[in-house]
Write a protein that binds this ligand. Structure first.
Ligand code: NAP
Length: 483
């Protein structure tokens, strides 16, 4: 099965912060891949903007190097040359006046116009304001903003208010790249495109749901930022919350941006406050191989968490009584992101106690090897009576789609093309972000108020012992963290 690539309309995309890490690692290589796939029309124009003084030629060299470093897609040299012809650069200071008029002079009135704010959030307001005052923003202009979207409810509200001074909500695309992952969208297709699962998707049949986002890396070069953030702000408030919404939400009436986002918002608003004993915070310890979290962030007295596990409840008709266990952390055993829907035991076992306990589990893997498995119980083959065995029905998307058809875009690529298409379904609305902070803030305030000290855990483990106990206490266990 060959996937269809539908070219988007001609566009001008300006990337503020085009010399930065995110642009070089993700955005520019992603755009090149969309060019190779045929999705980018010949009339597309990509303009880099940052303070560094450069002409088009120097920027193209930088983009060429970024693609060589961060993209492994096979291509011919002439394809890269043709892509680079669509690329240019204008030196612009977000806080100054220079460069803005020259940038405006390069934009076309008859192309879709989008501005990607790949800069520190403290510059969002300056850029938004100058896009207006220098006449670069039209009614149809779209802006793309990156996380972190605030560090609490107050700052998120202030950021929303600043952007709202210059742009309508329909023009603002808040990126959470988890929403751009193929499997995440497939989750909606599986839930709402099949009759099989939805009747079982509730507290009556689902014992519990687990969401795991595990990383093997530490804080890396982001130590200074990370230590002011922690796993709760960096991962839970946005990525895990979005996954939780998609797995738990009611079916929207239509697959349209506000219909989907309304349903996600209802999930966040239905989240119960979390009891302190339902939360485990952790920090990776030092060992012979690495100096530990505190050394990485250069803060010997840091109480910031690099791991968090929680048991959550959603107070609504569908989910009352079904716990959601979520966990995320750095320096864990394997890099994996997975949602597992664990169904209840069959009401009565006709096979007797010796057949053991068997459960259906639908596991949705976000990375690596995007795909789904459904554990079903069968008879263990062979003689010797009725012994039961759980086997996975495996559906790896790359296998299902076939090698020649597997043009599965990376999350950033897909989301940027959605911006050009004007489709906000996979972007967070301002009220969603605020609702997520309204739920997160009291949890963080509780830790601060209690001087909560994170539990140490070994690098390469599954996190602190207490996180295992969080489930053991309930007679349940986490799924193994494995690649
Ligand atoms: P970065 O490497 O520090 O790059 C920042 C960019 O902003 C540079 O191109 C810099 O270029 C430009 N810049 C700084 N001050 C400016 C000004 N006054 N006017 C115009 N341009 C200015 O940061 P990054 O890692 O790419 O991150 C960019 C944004 O994405 C941040 O909000 C970050 O939190 C978010 N984000 C990044 C990642 C990631 O993987 N890197 C992931 C998620 C979210 P000049 O110095 O030449 O001006």
């Amino acid at each position: 099965m060959v996937s269809r690539v539908i070219p988007v309309d001609p566009f001008d995309l300006v990337i503020f912060g085009a010399t930065g890490d995110l642009a070089r690692r993700k955005i520019l290589p992603g755009l090149f891949r969309r060019y190779l796939s045929g999705q980018m029309p010949a009339e597309a124009q990509i303009l880099g903007a940052a303070r560094s003084e450069m002409d088009d030629g120097a920027f193209r060299t930088m983009v060429r190097e970024a693609i060589a470093e961060f993209d492994s897609t096979e291509h011919k040299p002439e394809e890269l040359d043709a892509f680079l012809e669509r690329v240019g650069y204008e030196a612009v200071d977000a806080k100054g006046t220079g460069g803005w008029d020259a940038l405006r002079g390069r934009l076309r009135d008859d192309a879709v116009r989008a501005f990607y704010f790949s800069v520190a959030p403290s510059l969002f307001g300056d850029i938004a304001e100058r896009l207006r005052t220098h006449g670069l923003a039209t009614e149809a202009t779209r802006i793309v903003v990156e996380k972190p979207f605030g560090k609490d409810l107050e700052t998120a509200k202030a950021l929303n208010a600043t952007l709202a001074q210059h742009f309508d909500e329909t023009q603002i695309y808040r990126i959470d790249h988890y929403l751009g992952k193929e499997t995440v969208q497939n989750l909606m297709a599986v839930r709402f495109g099949n009759t099989l699962f939805e009747p079982l998707w509730n507290a009556q049949y689902v014992d519990h749901i687990q969401i795991t986002v595990a990383e093997t890396v530490g804080v890396g070069g982001r130590g200074g930022y990370y230590d002011t953030s922690g796993a709760m702000r960096d991962m839970v408030q946005n990525h895990l919350m979005q996954l939780l919404c998609l797995i738990a939400m009611e079916p929207p009436a239509k697959f349209e941006p506000d219909a989907v986002r309304d349903e996600k918002l209802k999930v966040i608003r239905a989240l119960e406050p979390v009891e302190p004993y339902h939360i485990v915070r952790g920090q990776y310890d030092r060992d012979e191989e690495q100096p530990g979290y505190r050394a990485h962030v250069e803060n010997p007295r840091s109480f910031t968490e690099s791991f968090v596990a929680m048991k959550l409840h959603i107070s609504n008709w569908r989910w009352a009584g079904t716990p959601f266990y979520i966990r995320t952390g750095k320096m864990l055993r394997a890099r994996t992101s997975e949602i597992a829907v664990v169904f209840k035991d069959a009401p009565h076992s006709i096979f007797g106690a010796e057949a053991g306990r068997h459960r259906n589990v639908l596991a949705i893997r976000l990375q690596p090897n995007e795909g789904m498995t459904l554990d079903v119980t069968i008879k263990e083959p062979g003689p010797g009576g009725m012994r039961l065995l759980d086997v996975p029905l495996d559906m790896s998307f790359a296998d299902a789609i076939g090698p020649e058809g597997a043009d599965v875009p990376d999350a950033y690529e897909r989301l940027i093309m959605d911006v050009i298409r004007g489709n906000q379904t996979l972007f967070m609305r301002g009220d969603e972000v605020e609702a997520a902070w309204a739920w997160t803030d009291p949890i963080i305030a509780g830790w601060t108020g209690r001087n909560d000290v994170p539990k140490l855990y070994d690098a390469g483990s599954s996190g602190p012992e207490d996180a295992l106990m969080l489930m053991h206490r309930d007679g349940r266990r986490w799924r193994e963290i494995k690649a």
